[in-house]
Design a protein around this ligand. Structure first.
Ligand code: FAD
Length: 598
């Protein structure tokens, strides 16, 4: 039996973006959050390093510098009107979080303390600036706890461990979502005037990734399957400092506090590549430099990794501490407790005594559901889908362009989560409920029945492993045409194998076997778009570095890409589908594209 619910506004996802939107929407609308994870288990809780805002508490700073850094960091693919909102509103959004009780670190005179992060500079690129507000290296955790408490206080309704499978859109009007209750596999229809998608990233398409197990982008795939476009999917960020082989993140906060990269010869190699910012250059650049060192045979022991060196002796020798000051072990233990603990637990290395092996790890989706600056989801380059919104990592506003700066995601969540939440509440006031189609849940029921009944010869785990290997090998830090072609064709073969799936657990109680198989179908769709969009873009820009097209090509490619399913009749996730691409112009206001040097 399908169960029905009705709320003014439904938010899909209980991470930072979802909770921020829920909190603001709930000031005037009846709101429910539908989330496959318990809210405080969302990936936002793992964000370590910080949240950017030009408060200027430590040294002079301004929102214009923050905006400039964001645009330049994104290799000029950023929509500058949105970046201006991000940088301006960040200041007020941080103060709002502070007033809600978020326990930020403090300076001795009681102001919010800030630290350096990659690509954030003073005076339009002159030197690194302290802009990241933080609560030790548990910033995301504190944001999530603070927002969740506020949502409870504001009487937001929560459907925790409800898995959204589909977005109901008819005649370009959003009418709600379909969800499965994880506990008993019952299908629930959520009828709403407005829906905001805040489902986070989808880094699980890669093998070496910092992303949590659940980051599979199901609602983003649902959007795409509805014939709606995904923007800039070729731009995926590889963070330079994943723990070797595991991909678990050691935050850039480490380098903000002075840690540096070292190659096999003991050289601080970033001095050669980026003389001004060195180890604090943006992530796409650092990741490429690491692989350049590896290719030149200067990886540790000739292997495919380098060291990150946290030892106070090294930091003080290279004068890489904040403001060139010496650091102590006590300071690092206080500023980076979780990061140091991760190295100890996962590598068995004490970073105070030995350097830590690191390699780039898939980290952040710059692309996703296209939106305007009020979170309204776009049906094409100009028109919105009535009543549908998106915010956070699943959305593409676009403030991150071709490469996101560290600490700019958390600020994106609060700034655009808040704007999206307010906009949907305003929309709900005069709006009525558009009727639900009778067949709203039919696709979900058919797909889950198919998966549960699957008696083929293919296992989801094996297909997922093949997908992740392929994406890491062929659509990674360095890319080239023939390899990406292999990825596009490879994903299509995996989709064919996915039709022949075998499921072991046929029950209804906490059936993660079936849910993870459904998630795999979503990852396959998103990986196909990612690989195809990357193959199509014949230039190097930000996180998209091509060996066969090494230059940025503004004449032809200063455009966002918009990917549509060519066949927008909704057939099952498993069908081979062709993709149609279009370009969307980049909004340029203050900063003309220039060469990107640090
Ligand atoms: C290890 C790590 C460290 C990071 N550190 C930083 C940092 O220091 N600073 C910074 O700015 N950024 C950082 N980032 C990036 C940033 O944390 C994320 O981009 C951001 O937290 C994403 O927030 P979100 O609200 O969009 O999604 P998430 O926090 O990922 O939440 C997604 C929500 O969607 C729900 N959901 C997903 N699919 C479904 C479905 N099918 N049905 C129902 N619900 C669903 C989940 O239950 C979850 O509640 C880091 C990321 C990682 C992985």
């Amino acid at each position: 039996m399908t169960k029905h619910h009705q709320f003014d506004a439904i938010i899909v996802g209980g991470g930072g973006a979802g909770l921020e939107a829920a909190l603001h929407a709930s000031k005037s609308a009846n709101v429910a959050v539908v989330t496959k994870l318990y809210p405080t288990r969302s990936h936002t809780g793992t964000a370590q390093g910080g949240i950017a805002a030009a408060l200027g508490n430590m040294e002079p700073d301004s929102w214009e510098w923050h905006m400039y850094d964001t645009v330049k960091g994104g290799d000029y693919l950023v929509d500058q009107d949105a970046a201006e909102i991000l940088a301006r509103d960040a200041i007020d959004a941080i103060i709002e979080l502070e007033h809600m009780g978020l326990p930020f670190d403090r300076t001795p005179d009681g102001k919010i303390e800030q630290r350096r992060f990659g690509g954030h500079t003073a005076n339009f690129g002159e030197k690194a600036v302290m802009r990241a507000c933080k609560a030790a290296d548990r910033t995301g955790h504190m944001i999530l706890q603070t927002l969740y408490q506020q949502c409870i206080k504001n009487k937001v309704n929560f459907f925790n461990e409800y898995f959204v499978t589909d977005i109901i859109v008819e005649d370009n009007v959003c009418r709600g979502v379909v969800a499965i209750n994880v506990a008993d596999s019952e299908v629930h229809l959520f009828h709403a005037k407005a829906v905001l998608i805040a489902s986070g990233g989808f880094g699980k398409m890669f093998k070496v990734t910092s992303n949590a197990h659940t980051l599979t982008g199901d609602p983003v795939a649902a959007y795409y399957r509805r014939g709606l476009p995904l923007e800039d999917m070729e731009f995926f960020q590889f963070h330079p400092t994943g723990i070797y082989k595991l991909g678990i993140l050691l935050s850039e906060a480490a380098r903000g506090e002075g840690a540096i990269f070292i190659n096999d010869k003991g050289e601080r190699f970033m001095e050669r590549y980026m003389p001004t910012l060195k180890d604090l250059a943006p992530r796409d650049i650092c990741s490429r430099c690491i692989y350049e060192e590896v290719r030149a045979g200067r990886g540790i022991g000739g292997k495919d990794y380098v060291y990150m060196d946290f030892r106070p002796g090294t930091i003080n020798k290279f004068k890489s501490g904040p403001g060139g000051r010496d650091v102590t072990r006590e300071h690092l233990e206080k500023a980076l407790p979780d990061i140091l603990e991760f190295a100890r637990v996962y590598m068995g290395i004490d970073p105070m005594k030995d350097p830590v092996p690191i390699q780039p790890t898939a980290h952040y989706a710059m692309g996703g559901i296209p939106t305007d600056a009020d979170g309204r989801a776009l049906a094409d380059n100009t028109n919105v889908v009535t009543g549908l919104y998106a915010a956070g990592e699943c959305a593409c506003v676009s403030v991150h362009g071709a490469n996101r700066l560290g600490t700019n995601s958390l600020v994106d969540l609060v700034v655009f989560g808040r704007r999206g939440g307010k906009a949907m509440a305003d929309f709900c006031k005069p709006a009525g409920f558009a009727p639900l189609p009778i067949t709203a849940a039919a696709d979900t029921i058919a797909e889950f029945d198919r998966i549960r009944a699957g008696r083929g010869s293919e296992r989801a785990a094996a297909i997922r492993a093949d997908l992740q290997n392929m994406m890491t090998n062929y659509v990674g830090v360095f890319r080239n045409g023939p390899d990406m072609q292999k990825a596009v064709e490879g994903v299509r073969e995996l989709k064919a194998r996915f039709k022949n799936i075998k499921t072991d657990d046929t029950g209804k109680i906490f059936n993660t076997d079936v849910l993870e198989t459904f998630e795999l179908g979503c990852l396959l769709d998103l990986a196909e778009v990612t690989a195809a969009a990357a193959l199509r873009r014949t230039e190097t820009r930000g996180g998209h570095a091509r060996e066969d097209f090494q230059e940025r090509d503004d004449a032809n490619w200063l455009n966002h890409s918009m990917a549509y399913r060519a066949d927008d009749k909704r057939d099952a996730a498993v069908t081979r589908c062709d993709i149609r691409f279009e370009n969307k112009p980049v909004t340029i206001t203050k900063f003309q594209p220039k060469e990107r040097k640090y």
